[in-house]
Design a protein around this ligand. Structure first.
Ligand code: AVI
Length: 336
């Protein structure tokens, strides 16, 4: 007798290590009392920040999303053909998962596909999962609300089928180079010989193109950056005057990274009542809010090698701005 067990098509797993308020409060205090001041870019993504990031992805200057979408539109069927059977697609920093649809569409015919999006913004996870479940009636989703490092723990438990691990959108660029290699190595340590990884990497290019992408004419990236201060105002009872800070994005060519700052336009004092903190700003003083690293192909090769990964193949958009790399765990002694 055959017993069929009906699986729910959607499950949400919440893996937040400790109280998120405490983590945010401690990081804000440490960052704003440091010299020079800094805040972590991972705090950009509250609901409003996630909405602004989606708007950034549609800007004419922000070529990254369009370039990666072009690559996936062209090559998703080829990527899918590299998976003969059922597959689990795990995505780190999934956001609205719009590009991922292209891969799911190519994978679903003839295969069972479980999609495991991992993201820190739970409302965004829920919205994108609802959309995907409606579009793809055979898709199963296990959504994981977690930071990357906690998400890695979950990755180990998804081991019943070959896995395609996605790290798209140049999310790797928000890690320092050594940290990116270390994080890839940790992912690689969870991979079997049947697993593959797809990593989207933004390439080094002209300063003008890069600086426009991170300082758009419509001011959306400026609003995204300033939203960090609005978040502090809401969550920590702060009194940042957003009109007294300006967005700045500059390309540091030597380090191959865009650096984003908030610049205080005057001497001022800001209080965060909920954590009993007052911070002084001099006129022109900066808060460093984000690095976005760009890579050459040689640097991507070195990164893969340092992480014990083998770059099986890669695809680029027609303008050669963005590169998508298909990687496997190396099994030779040098890669272990
Ligand atoms: C999410 N991350 C890959 C974006 C980037 O390009 O570094 C974040 C971003 N910051 C400003 N614009 C977009």
């Amino acid at each position: 007798m055959m017993v069929s067990v009906s699986m729910p098509r959607f499950r949400l797993v919440e893996l937040t290590g400790g109280d998120p308020f405490v983590g945010f409060a401690q990081d804000v205090e440490a960052g704003l009392t440091a010299e020079p001041k800094h805040l972590s870019c991972r705090y950009f993504y509250d609901r409003e920040g996630s909405r602004l990031f989606e708007a950034i992805c549609k800007l004419p200057e922000y070529y990254l999303t369009r370039a990666e979408t072009e690559i996936l539109e062209r090559h998703a069927p080829e990527i899918a053909s590299l998976f003969p059977n059922d597959v689990t697609v795990i995505e780190l920093g999934s956001g609205n998962a719009v590009k991922t649809r292209l891969l799911l569409e190519a994978l679903l015919p003839g295969r069972q596909v479980r999609y495991v999006p991992i993201d820190i913004c739970r409302p965004v996870l829920e919205e994108s999962a609802a959309d995907l479940l409606e579009r793809f009636p055979r898709l199963e989703i296990v959504a994981v609300a977690a930071e990357y490092h906690e998400g890695l723990r979950h990755l180990r438990s998804e081991s019943d089928r070959p896995r395609l691990i996605l790290w798209l959108g140049s999310n790797i660029g928000n890690f320092r180079r050594a940290e990116a290699a270390e994080f890839l190595r940790r992912i690689r340590d969870t991979m079997t010989s049947a697993d593959r990884m797809l990593v989207g990497v933004d390439l080094r290019k002209d300063r003008a193109v890069l600086e426009a992408a991170y300082d758009d004419a419509a001011g959306v990236t400026a609003a995204f950056n300033l939203n960090l201060l609005a978040r502090i105002n809401h969550e920590l009872d702060g009194n940042f005057d957003l009109s007294a800070f300006q967005h700045r994005a500059t390309y540091n060519q030597e380090l191959g990274r865009i650096e984003m700052y908030l610049v205080s336009t005057r001497a001022q004092s800001v209080t965060m009542g909920r954590i009993g903190l007052t911070v002084q700003f001099a006129a022109g003083e900066t808060i460093h809010t984000e690095n976005s690293y760009k890579y050459s192909l040689a640097e991507i090769n070195a990164l893969a090698a340092a992480a014990g990964l083998q770059d099986l193949c890669f695809w680029q958009d027609t303008a050669g701005r963005f590169s998508l790399h298909f990687l496997a765990a190396r099994t030779d002694p040098a890669g272990t």
